[in-house]
Design a protein around this ligand. Structure first.
Ligand code: AMP
Length: 246
């Protein structure tokens, strides 16, 4: 009998003077490692002075997920409307009170790190009480079964490579039990963001912020009693997604 395929996680992060420039992760079979390591090394388009590429053999094979969250596209004429939309939909559809969402959303626009600036990972918040349960948690170990095909399909539909990565990340979050997520990029040139949840799908919002704003971040609303399980899933459970639901 053939040996089951061995999978590896490859994660790249690149910075300039300590500031994030580029990051991406892949899950690949052993034979694809050299190609993917080179691809990730060459990925940052801007100047950088520090890069790490971590390669880790997975202890368990990735779980295959049939479909991503469905993508929906919402366009807005100004940021106050976006804020109303996010606060409104999270309250009416998911029961997350506006008194909880509003101040957190404002923080995302001003730098959510209590020490100032952005956080290197997500802020985990109890969706019922608004209590901050953990900060700087990163979702890792997610990718597409056939990344090239899905990327081509998304690009044809007018989406970007960022959508490819963010959709996979949001899909993993939903699977791990995150009730809802808000994401605003901290890239000053990138003004598209999203909210997502198993019930709402992946709602792409453009623009979610004004150009040149160097702040952003991710908030994961979770149920307090599931916190440990969710963090374990986000960090340890590898998944590969077959299809993007467009
Ligand atoms: P980006 O979309 O890459 O601009 O990231 C926006 C924000 O999301 C960053 O400032 C981080 O706070 C957070 N973030 C980035 N990558 C991850 C990740 N893998 N897991 C959780 N949060 C992340």
């Amino acid at each position: 009998m053939d040996k089951p395929a061995e999978y590896y996680s490859v994660r790249m992060r690149t910075t300039l003077e300590g500031k994030h420039i580029s990051g991406q992760e892949r899950i690949v079979k052993k034979e694809d490692l050299p190609k993917v390591i080179l691809e990730l090394h060459q990925r940052p388009k801007r100047e950088w002075d520090f890069q790490t590429i971590k390669v880790e053999k997975l202890k368990e094979p990735p779980k295959i997920i049939e479909k991503s969250l469905p993508i929906k596209d919402y366009k807005f004429s100004c940021i106050p409307l976006v804020k109303n939309f996010i606060v409104g939909i999270l309250e009416s559809e998911l029961g997350i009170k506006r008194e909880i969402v509003k101040p957190l959303l404002e923080k995302l626009y001003k730098g959510i790190n209590p020490q100032g600036g952005n956080l290197p990972g997500a802020l985990l918040v109890d969706y019922k009480s608004g209590e901050i349960l953990a900060e700087g948690i990163r979702t890792i170990l997610f990718d597409w079964v056939d990344r090239e095909r899905i990327e081509k399909h998304l690009l044809e539909k007018g989406y970007t490579e960022r959508t490819l990565d963010a959709l996979a990340l949001a899909t993993k979050n939903a699977l791990c039990g995150v009730v809802a997520e808000i994401c605003i990029s901290d890239d000053p040139d990138y003004t598209v963001g999203y909210i997502s949840s198993p019930r709402l799908g992946y709602i792409r919002i453009s623009p979610i912020k004004d150009k040149n704003l160097p702040f952003g971040g991710r908030i994961y609303f979770v149920e307090r009693k599931s916190l440990e399980k969710i963090i374990h899933c986000l960090r340890k459970k590898p998944i590969l997604i077959k299809e993007a639901q467009i």
